[in-house]
Design a protein around this ligand. Structure first.
Ligand code: SAM
Length: 215
């Protein structure tokens, strides 16, 4: 009984995988890209899309493209008739500059009605959002800074963070009321700002709210 009520909480969308599979089912998406895979059993293998590509430079990982995301997108840029992706999940190197590039490059490879999901947008401790990864420690990195810069600068995107699983950011082409930042320079954006403006600046929403926004 307890198992059943847990599964149905949040309409069954409790993890990044649930959100990705919901998007695939509700939007009829077919082509999926995952940037940063680690152990595919944790997410990649559970994503139910007809065509799946994965990118990770770690030689231990069984992926489609063993290279960095920058190398992957550079190699695709050389191909003129490359098929676009319906859904891109960005979960590679968690540093703001890299994340910003991953989002911009994913947008350039996204179908018109496609969606990007960005993991780790909502760190809840200062230590989790450090620049440096310490082995074994909880780490979201500075993904949130890239998210906030795009929230501040890109009126042509629709963006919200679903309040599940470290914060799953959803990005589509569209429009948004931008949320101004004191500076677009990552080095001056501190955790205090996130703590004070978390809900509005991230556009943090519940699963129920996100389902209305997703349409
Ligand atoms: C947090 S793990 C991915 C977790 C996985 N997406 C999941 O949902 O379980 C991050 C992965 O990103 C990979 N990575 C690190 N730098 C990268 C880069 N520049 N481009 C692509 N992947 C990268 C790492 O090797 C690691 O496997």
């Amino acid at each position: 009984m307890a198992m059943f009520s847990f599964a149905r909480r949040n309409r069954g969308i409790n993890t990044r995988t649930d959100l990705l599979n919901h998007l695939i089912a509700s939007m009829g998406y077919r082509r999926y890209l995952e940037i940063g895979v680690r152990d595919p059993r944790d997410n990649f293998d559970k994503v139910r899309a007809d065509h799946k590509d994965s990118v990770d430079p770690d030689p231990r990982r069984p992926v489609t493209f063993r290279m960095t995301s920058d190398e992957f997108f550079a190699s695709r840029a050389a191909v003129s008739d490359r098929p676009s992706y319906d859904l891109a999940f960005i979960d590679g190197l968690h540093l703001a500059d890299q994340v910003e590039r991953d989002v911009v490059n994913s947008l350039a490879n996204l179908a018109p009605a496609g969606t990007i999901v960005l993991h780790d947008c909502n760190p809840t401790t200062e230590s989790a959002q450090s620049e440096a990864y310490i082995y074994g420690e909880h780490w979201n990195g500075t993904v949130w800074k890239a998210w906030m810069k795009l929230r501040a600068a890109r009126r042509d995107l629709s963006m919200f963070v679903v309040d599940i699983d470290e914060g799953c950011g959803v990005i589509r082409r569209g429009s948004q009321q931008v949320y101004p930042l004191p500076s677009l320079d990552y080095s001056t954006l501190g955790y205090d700002f996130l703590k004070r403006h978390r809900r509005e600046a991230l556009n943090l929403v519940s699963v129920d709210e996100s389902l209305k926004l997703l349409g």
